[in-house]
Design a protein around this ligand. Structure first.
Ligand SMILES: Nc1ncnc2c1ncn2[C@@H]1O[C@H](COP(=O)(O)OP(=O)(O)OP(=O)(O)O)[C@@H](O)[C@H]1O
Ligand SMILES: [Mg+2]
Length: 412
């Protein structure tokens, strides 16, 4: 059973448990359990009991479809309580050349920054090295030098919030092996290696959160979670057109468009509203107006965050959009307009196994968790197997062994 991996994506709109089997070049999906969320708002658990029940149902479904008993899983994490800082760590090189132990000591020094006791470290990502003052070293192992410095990106989360999530998953009889920040899981699935090397932003717009990660020179340099997403768009429609939320959600998915200029002024659709005599006619253009205002705001906030990071000049590959809300027609153009950079939308591809329900951008995080789980499983391999190489240069998202080696660098 060593090759079995499990991920639980605890989202604001759905909980998705996936069971996969790691094969030579890919992960085969064996089990799927998707349940509409309850007790989760803006990526954070607000009702322990309701959330535990939903997670349990999702886990049981995935167990039934896969025939695998789930005892441990990699679990997604998001919410406005997540924050990140960059830190430097220094270590004196112990032998003639730099080895893994030296890197581990440098990372230890980087994580020794003052982190309040009520925060938990989720990831420590290496952004780059310098040896004896020489910057820009990608892979220092085997190099000669006396002083090794590492630039690390440290992602932390509110301990109490993390603990609630751990408890909810625990109620389903599942131990959390590792929490993974949403955009890092999504990035694993939707980014191409060439984009990562050039500099790219991944933006996962879900129901309650917009998750952002910036990759420069192949590594994660900045991450951010905004507490706004597709649910806000639905609420705006419900408010603007005076409809109940479920109906607003339905028409958004059916007739929604993110750009008002893309919809003719005469286009209409009909909705049977509660309490009304017959169906009411709505202007699709008006709805696009409502959607555009909110989505534009989301991208304006995202741009603000990218600028704040100081890496806005380092993203020639632009932005890759994913998450359920990226399915809105017209969103790519709107994003490109607001951000002033190239934008493409992406969803999980090249999946094998029980994949029918998963070919949507809403499942990028869920599939990405399996990639992380597989990297962790490999950590248990004998030390000789633990090639600590950088992600290779070729653009091959299917080459899992390469992904795994690189992912190990992200784990605390
Ligand atoms: N075809 C579509 N058009 C517009 N919006 C859509 C479409 N399909 C899904 N959505 C929206 O995507 C959102 C759900 O996305 P997703 O499943 O990625 O969120 P989540 O992972 O549950 O939440 P989060 O990651 O924010 O906690 C909902 O707001 C939904 O309305
Ligand atoms: Mg999500």
């Amino acid at each position: 059973m060593d090759d079995i991996v499990v991920g639980i994506d605890v989202g604001t709109t759905k909980v998705c448990t996936l069971v996969g089997r790691v094969e030579a070049e890919r992960i085969r999906i064996l089990g799927v359990g998707i349940e509409p969320s309850e007790g989760i708002r803006k990526g954070v658990i607000v009702d322990l009991k309701a959330a535990s029940q939903v997670i349990t149902r999702s886990v049981r479904k995935a167990e039934q479809t896969s025939g695998v008993e789930i005892t441990g899983a990699v679990v997604s994490l998001a919410g406005a309580h997540v924050s990140s800082i960059n830190s430097r760590g220094v270590a004196a090189v112990s032998g003639d050349t730099i080895d893994e132990v030296d890197i581990a000591r440098a990372l230890d020094a980087a994580r020794a920054v003052a982190i309040p006791h009520n925060r938990e470290i989720i990831h420590i990502v290496e952004r780059g090295f310098s040896v004896d003052g020489q910057d820009g070293i990608q892979q220092p192992v085997g190099m000669h030098g006396y002083r090794l410095e590492v630039e690390a990106h440290i992602i932390t989360a509110a301990q109490a919030t993390v603990e609630n999530l751990r408890q909810s998953v625990g109620e389903a009889g599942v131990e959390v092996i590792q929490f993974v920040l949403n955009p890092l899981a999504s990035g694993e699935v939707v980014l191409r290696e060439t984009e990562r090397q050039q500099g790219v932003a991944v933006c996962d717009i879900g129901g309650g959160t917009t998750d952002l990660a910036l990759y420069v020179e192949g590594h994660v340099w900045h991450t951010m979670v905004l507490a706004v997403g597709g649910n806000h768009v639905t609420n705006d429609i419900a408010h603007g057109l005076r409809l109940p939320i479920p109906q607003a959600e339905e028409i958004k998915k059916k007739h929604g468009y993110a750009l008002r200029s893309g919809v003719g002024a005469e286009e209409t659709f009909k909705v049977q509203s509660f309490g009304a005599e017959g169906p009411i006619e709505f202007s699709r253009h008006d709805m696009a107006h409502i959607i555009e205002a909110r989505v534009e705001e989301i991208f304006a906030l995202t741009l603000q965050e990218i600028k704040r990071s100081g890496y806005d000049g380092l993203l020639p590959a632009g932005m890759v959009l994913t998450g359920g809300t990226s399915a809105l027609p017209g969103i790519r153009q709107l994003a490109a307009q607001v951000l002033g950079m190239p934008v493409r939308t992406a969803r999980p591809e090249n999946l094998v196994g029980l994949v029918d329900a998963l070919q949507s951008p809403a499942y990028s995080t869920s599939i990405g968790l399996l990639h992380y789980a597989s990297a962790l499983a490999e950590e248990d391999a004998p030390p000789g197997h633990r090639a600590r190489n950088r992600r290779p240069k070729q653009d091959s998202r299917l080459d899992l062994s390469a992904v795994k080696n690189w992912l190990k660098r992200l784990l605390p």
